[in-house]
Design a protein around this ligand. Structure first.
Ligand code: VG1
Ligand code: CO
Length: 553
């Protein structure tokens, strides 16, 4: 042991950089086998701490994760390193568990300096699964690119990390209360109560309770992930839904071997039930870290882009949004359904790059109230992360006060605003070089596409999306290729920043239809021509060597 700075118990460990510790869309995500290499996690955590200003010493940090395999080991390491860095206090979720929205809530409520969230979200878990880590700032939201870039730079030059030598056995994550690591206080908290209180202050719980008491039935599938304890407490204990309404509610280290991603492909059991005779009135699911949501009616999985638009259109029915919305923000690939609502309401609609970190400034500056992404993410200014259980309760609130079903709300929305047919085609585990070349070659020919006609579609705009943050003027380039046609239809292509195997190409397809007689069309059928155009422009099948996408949502 080396004694550092005269403080007993703090070790300095010499280390060398690991290649490729660059945070992606939502922090650093790698296989557990990569994270568990000696020094790998430590290097990244030290790089976070090295990027913090000196006033972080003596402040409070929040730490928690989605409970996946390696969560506990990582949390103990982080606690020991937080002590060595000089934090005065760490708030940690009981059992090391905090959902991503709850972590955001705890950071805000306790005015913490920031937080470290351990999650690979919707990626599979377990010994052979994925692990992830990200840093959130004092507003409770993901660190902006200026900070994630600085963290990355530190990972490239790191030579030492600092860690307390306290024995792991002395770190008890399971008992509520406080203990010390060296001079640092650790408080083990139960975030469920705080989170439930927050939702109660936003929504009309009485109306939802009444609806449920009168026989309204629902099924919330927590996908053996971290939303379970939160959903059970709120939906069953507080709102009074019968026991068993929340299913798969025990968080498991490997999510039962499944993919904790709430979409019709991975939550197929829920969708099958909602398509059957036994369907309850309402179905919903959430992901690994409880920030995503899927809403399901009878024979109808609501498209996330539609969900954002519908919540926005009815927001005044929710107590917290009674006075109306300041604005809406959506990620660029998300459909333009929300734009139509914003226009109707006379409020601005912002288009940001993919990833929740881009919403933080807009929310902090009071420019927007609701935000959403096509990837089953919706949220508001109540915290700075997307929030799965919040979205579900928002829908229940709307159903309770309008007396309308999910299907009615969706169909009436299309009648009023038209329908944005929308789908995402993912080509997963593509060889990285081939995927990069596809994007590069496509980028090179964007200029020639404008004005070209493909069947019924003429290209009006083709570019690689750049975003200038309206609050701090920071610019983010190369955020996805957009091909926009003269009728407003769009094809967007980008490479995923959350995958851990090869590259994932995401192809987003959107077509607007105002004519309600065409609403009954099958989505893939409505988008058929655009799907073909995407392939002819980008040579997807040939270059990925895949005849079909691996996942269609
Ligand atoms: C995906 C989604 C993106 C989302 C991100 C994190 O990123 O497309 O919309 O913000 O995951 O979601 P990518 O780069 O793979 O397309 V999750 O629930 O971390 O928390
Ligand atoms: Co998530």
């Amino acid at each position: 042991m080396i004694v550092f700075g005269g403080v007993m118990g703090i070790c300095v460990v010499n280390t060398t950089p690991f290649a490729g510790q660059k945070p992606g869309t939502s922090g650093l995500r790698k296989k557990v086998t990569v994270f568990s290499q000696a020094g790998y996690l430590e290097n990244f955590v030290q790089a976070i701490f090295n990027s913090l200003p000196a006033d972080s010493k003596g402040s409070t940090l929040v730490v928690g994760g989605d409970g996946r395999y390696y969560n506990r080991v990582a949390i103990k390491t982080i606690l020991k390193m937080a002590s060595a860095h000089g934090f005065a206090k760490v708030l940690v979720g009981r059992g090391g568990i905090l959902s991503t929205p709850a972590a955001s809530c705890v950071i805000r409520k306790n005015a913490a300096y920031g937080g470290i969230i351990l999650s690979a979200s919707h990626n599979p878990g377990g010994v052979d699964g994925d692990f992830g880590i990200k840093y959130n700032i004092s507003n409770g939201g993901p660190a902006p690119e200026s900070i994630t870039n600085a963290i990355y730079e530190h990972t490239e030059s790191i030579s030492q990390y600092y860690i307390s030598d306290v024995a792991d056995e002395l770190i008890d994550l399971d008992t509520l209360g406080t203990f010390k690591i060296d001079n640092m206080l650790v408080e083990v908290v139960d975030s469920v109560a705080d989170y439930a209180d927050m939702l109660e202050s936003i929504f009309d719980f009485d109306a939802i309770k009444k609806m449920i008491a009168s026989g309204f039935s629902l099924r919330f599938d927590a996908m053996s992930a971290v939303s379970g304890p939160y959903a059970k407490r709120i939906i069953e204990d507080i709102l009074g839904a019968p026991k068993g309404s929340v299913v798969n509610c025990e968080p498991k280290e490997d999510f039962g071997g499944l993919h904790p991603d709430p979409n019709p492909v991975n939550a197929s059991e829920l969708v099958a039930i909602m398509n059957s005779e036994q369907a309850p009135d309402f179905g919903a699911a959430s992901d690994g870290d409880a920030d995503r949501n899927m809403i399901v009616g009878k024979n109808l999985a609501v498209a996330p882009s539609d969900s954002l638009a519908i919540l926005a259109a009815h927001a005044k029915l929710v107590p917290a949004y009674r006075d109306g919305l300041l604005g809406i923000a959506r990620s660029m690939p998300t459909s333009t359904a929300a734009d139509r609502v914003a226009k109707h309401l006379g409020i601005p609609c912002y288009e940001t790059p993919t990833g929740w970190k881009f919403f933080g400034n807009l929310l902090d500056a009071g420019k927007v109230t609701l935000c959403g992404e096509e990837s089953y993410g919706t949220g508001s200014n109540h915290i700075r992360e997307k929030d799965g259980v919040w979205a579900v309760i928002f829908w229940l609130n709307l159903i309770a006060v309008t007396g309308k079903s999910v299907n009615q709300l969706v169909f009436e929305h299309w009648l009023q605003f038209g329908r944005n047919f929308y789908s995402r085609h993912d080509y997963e585990a593509v060889e990285s070089a081939a995927a990069n070349k596809l994007v590069e070659d496509l980028r090179a020919k964007l200029g020639q596409l404008v004005g070209q006609q493909f069947g019924n579609y003429t290209v009006a705009l083709a570019d690689d999306f750049s975003y200038t943050d309206p609050v701090d003027n920071s610019v983010s380039h190369k955020q996805g290729i957009r091909i926009i046609f003269s009728d407003g239809s769009r094809i967007v292509m980008r490479l995923s920043g959350t995958g851990t195997e090869g590259a994932t190409l995401r192809v987003y397809l959107e077509k607007y239809e105002a004519d309600s007689k065409k609403f009954g069309l099958d989505t893939q059928e409505a988008l058929r021509e655009l799907i073909e155009i995407a392939d002819s422009i980008a040579e997807i099948k040939q270059r990925t060597n895949m005849p079909e996408p691996t996942v269609v949502t």
